[in-house]
Design a protein. Sequence first.
Length: 283
Amino acid sequence: MSPAPGSTYVVGDIQGCFRSLERLLEVAGFGDDDVLLCVGDLVNRGPESLATLRFAYRLGAKFDCVLGNHDLHFLAMVYGGQPHRATDTMEALLAAPDRDELAEWLRHRPLLIDSEDHVLVHAGIPHIWDLDTARTNARDVEAVLKGSQHGAFFRAMYGNEPALWDAGLVGMDRHRAIVNYLTRMRLVDAAGRLDFAHKGTPEDRPAGFEPWFDYPSKVGKTLYFGHWAALDGATDQACIIGLDTGCVWGRTLTAVRLEDGRVFSIPAAEEAGAGMRSATGPA
């Protein structure tokens, strides 16, 4: 089936795998009238974060994404003084002459994209939130990211506490919890408490915790997410679709065309180990 003019494609975590992205868009037939969305993690761990971010930026109105944890990490290095870690691969991006222009554009991207029939978020939406709550919480943090206090936010963003949502949270505790649910969540317990240690498959999860999507959802729309490469996209939920299929770990890069639900997937084009630093797998 040929794509209709003006199609919208949603791609999984790119993580600096620009050659794979170019190949995937070619296979999918991405054209001048089409729009590309991403479920976050444009940068880091792969070899070409700078090329990926420049490409997304230059697409203008033809592109949007939700922020992932690696995107926020890049912004925290630029605005919050956070260090470049041993597993990061963003030296060229941080040294680029247009770094500040790219960072300014990226920090104005949303944490949640909500359309008439679908929702995009990086890690997921916990079962303890309905869509209105998720949207309100996302907009709360987005206002801080876009505002004059974004530097203070990025200096205090890191941390695992509070691990359990409470509507009465205020200030940075509230903002950190929202970011952790939307960009770092994999497993939660029945009360909604986050587990941050587990990064593997659901089969070897710790007792008392389940994948966030195994609890009854209150979203009411098809939800596209990334972040959990070990899933390889599988959720067993018709309306919750994972798109991180582990490109940066040498597997595949995947996109879906929203108009007809067609899935496109190509093997990673990057050579194994080309700028990909980790001995323990995805974070």
